[in-house]
Design a protein around this ligand. Structure first.
Ligand code: PGA
Length: 246
């Protein structure tokens, strides 16, 4: 397996959002109609606020941006606030003026999940490659919803969420009983084919898993280790998360 050294940017905690926003802004503004996967989670929230501010000063940039879902809960109605496409919509795409027709999303209510996953792969084949995949790092090493044990050659599919992941998302939705059991995710092979991957990591609670992702054995038990086999990966970490590994 060929491996690569990711580019690593370490910031002070207070600079994490601004450094990340500037870095991402420079990528998306350099590409015509970039196809971008944006993550949900606590990590990107401050970054999205800054990107929206940049939109206010340079509106023309976002009109051509295309969004693709990284992952999505299954079985939720189109107006459910828990849907990740609605979450990213509220935090970034709506205020930044990305039109609905530029958003490639999962149909959470699809009756045939296999066909829905295949549809997403087909759309990436037709409209891709993904120019930029922005990722968070799960406490268990997941990227998107590729939980530990996901095959490195996995494609987009419906998965069952791990208990740790449902627990870590429980606070957003007022208890674990509100976190769906199943979700769609772009596959690890699908994500690895993105032209550029940026992994965002902040907080001391991520330092052990970031260390495993960067310095531990490359293994499907830590899905983020696949990033060491992709040619263009940037990791932006604050000092707290980088403690001990960077
Ligand atoms: P977080 O989630 O940004 O809320 O820590 C990251 C993830 O689980 O992908």
């Amino acid at each position: 397996m060929k491996t690569y050294k990711p580019e690593i940017i370490v910031t002070a905690s207070e600079d994490f959002a601004v450094t990340s926003a500037d870095y991402l802004w420079n990528i998306i503004t350099a590409i015509d109609r970039p196809l971008v996967a944006w993550p949900t989670g606590t990590t990107p929230l401050g970054i999205y606020k800054m990107l929206v501010e940049k939109y206010r000063s340079q509106k023309d940039v976002w009109g051509g941006m295309r969004y693709i879902s990284l992952d999505e809960y299954a079985g939720l109605a189109p107006d459910d606030e828990r849907l990740f496409q609605n979450w990213v919509g509220r935090e970034l795409l709506d205020p930044a003026g990305v039109p609905a027709e530029n958003r490639i999303t999962f149909n959470s209510m699809a009756e045939d999940p296999q066909a829905e996953a295949e549809k997403m792969e087909r759309r990436i084949a037709e409209e891709g490659p993904i120019d930029l995949a922005v990722l968070g790092l799960g406490g268990n090493g997941h990227i998107a919803f590729n939980e530990p044990g996901s095959a490195f050659d996995s494609l987009t599919r419906l998965i069952t969420l791990s208990e740790d992941t449902r627990e870590s998302n429980a606070d957003y939705w007022g208890g674990i009983e509100h976190v769906p059991q199943r979700a769609y995710t772009l596959g690890l092979k699908t994500l690895s084919a993105a032209k550029h991957i940026v992994l965002l990591v902040s907080g001391a609670h991520k330092s052990a898993i970031l260390d495993a992702a960067l310095n531990g054995p490359i293994t499907e038990n830590v899905p983020a280790t696949i990033l060491r086999t992709a040619p263009k990966v940037t990791i932006i970490s604050d000092e707290d998360a980088g403690e001990g590994s960077l």
